[in-house]
Design a protein around this ligand. Structure first.
Ligand SMILES: *[C@@H]1O[C@H](CO)[C@@H](O)[C@H](O)[C@H]1NC(C)=O
Ligand SMILES: *[C@@H]1O[C@H](CO)[C@@H](O)[C@H](O)[C@H]1NC(C)=O
Ligand SMILES: *[C@@H]1O[C@H](CO)[C@@H](O)[C@H](O)[C@H]1NC(C)=O
Ligand SMILES: *[C@@H]1O[C@H](CO)[C@@H](O)[C@H](O)[C@H]1NC(C)=O
Ligand SMILES: *[C@@H]1O[C@H](CO)[C@@H](O)[C@H](O)[C@H]1NC(C)=O
Length: 317
């Protein structure tokens, strides 16, 4: 009896060692600080433990959030496009890289990320792959199995199979999203800087509910109508501020993805394909500001588009 009492804590701690791993999903934030004229940076982030199965891929998603409350803040100035991707993913860590599009000097970004492994209830997810391509835009069609009963919410992130390939920085967006399928498109950051190979896109789609271990408090779509016109004050981006229905305890982690949807068959033929780019300009406890840039610029013909977002965190009580 006495002996049992003495060795019990030992056995408990052993058990704890064995079962300690990632439960459900993980989320986090990576701070990137680009100094002087740097336009490229990568950083590793670790999961809190290991995902259990080394043979099942860990899906990682990442989005760019421009730091509005940092000391380097550029007041109310809307930022340039930043391309983000993930690579070198294992069950315990992954790497995120950013390439900035504009010419601004020195900038802070925080990358919000989200990761899970294996089947997730109510969520379809996968990886769209791209063969070799040498220029411009490349799209891959994905069919949902089974189809959704309404047009789902969607998130995407580029994954590089080959590490340290800055020239494979890609813009990613969704074309022709419907209940049954979508196209996910990539566009090179500089024209003719190819060839590009070994690229894929992680995607996830969901309808009404997200698994409760995800701690996703809210998700929605923000509509940008085809009649909106970007302004110089917003650095020629289209931006919208959305209030959360309930305030968060701390600013949430947010993923964003831009999508064009397929309302009817005629639009499939007339519509031009991208590029579209979106990011979170500001994230606070009570609201987010999301911006998009599209191919139409200030004088082109624009289509209706949506930014899908999902916010992870705890609500205020
Ligand atoms: C970036 O800055 C470094 C020194 O700070 C300079 O040597 C280099 O030429 C600069 N590169 C470009 C592309 O301006
Ligand atoms: C493509 O990516 C895989 C890992 O995802 C890697 O093993 C392989 O070497 C890459 N191929 C090339 C040509 O870089
Ligand atoms: C969001 O909330 C602020 C302050 O509570 C309010 O002034 C603003 O009109 C709201 N915006 C929208 C789009 O509801
Ligand atoms: C097209 O579909 C989107 C989303 O499914 C919807 O928000 C939008 O109002 C629709 N537009 C028209 C013209 O029906
Ligand atoms: C749907 O098609 C009709 C014509 O067939 C067109 O007038 C309308 O603008 C289209 N709607 C969208 C959202 O593309």
């Amino acid at each position: 009896m006495e002996l049992a009492r003495r060795i019990m804590p030992f056995w408990l701690s052993i058990c704890f060692l064995f079962i300690h791993g990632v439960q459900g999903a993980e989320q986090g934030e990576i701070e990137m600080e680009l100094i002087g004229n740097e336009t490229y940076q990568c950083q590793y982030a670790s999961f809190s433990g290991r995902f259990p199965n080394s043979r099942i891929p860990v899906r990682v998603f990442a989005s760019v959030n421009h730091h509005s409350h940092s000391h380097h803040s550029h007041s109310s100035h809307v930022h340039d496009t930043v391309l983000v991707w993930v690579e070198d993913i294992s069950t315990s860590r992954f790497k995120t890289c950013v390439v900035t599009g504009g010419q601004e000097f020195g900038a802070d970004y925080s990358i919000h990320w989200f990761a899970f492994q294996g089947a997730q209830s109510g969520v379809q997810h996968g990886q769209a792959r791209y063969g070799l391509f040498t220029t411009g835009t490349k799209c891959t069609r994905v069919v949902f199995a089974p189809a959704f009963s309404t047009v789902p919410y969607i998130q995407t992130t580029v994954q590089h199979g080959t590490v340290d390939k800055r020239k494979d920085a890609m813009d990613v967006w969704i074309e022709s999203l419907s209940k049954t399928e979508f196209e996910v498109c990539l566009r090179e950051s500089r024209t003719f800087d190819g060839p590009h190979s070994n690229l894929s896109v992680n995607w996830m789609a969901y309808e009404q509910f997200l698994p409760s271990p995800w701690k996703a408090k809210t998700f929605s779509k923000i509509l940008f109508s085809k009649y909106e016109i970007p302004s110089a004050q917003e650095n020629y981006a289209l931006c919208k501020t959305i209030n959360f229905t309930a305030p968060f305890y701390m600013p949430p982690k947010v993923l964003v993805t831009a999508a064009k949807f397929l309302n009817n068959t005629s639009s499939r033929i007339t519509v031009e394909k991208g590029p579209l780019s979106c990011w979170a300009e500001e994230i606070e406890r009570t609201f987010i500001e999301v911006c998009v840039k599209d191919y139409a610029g200030i004088d082109g013909r624009r289509d209706d588009l949506e930014v899908n977002y999902v916010a992870f965190g705890k609500n205020d009580i």
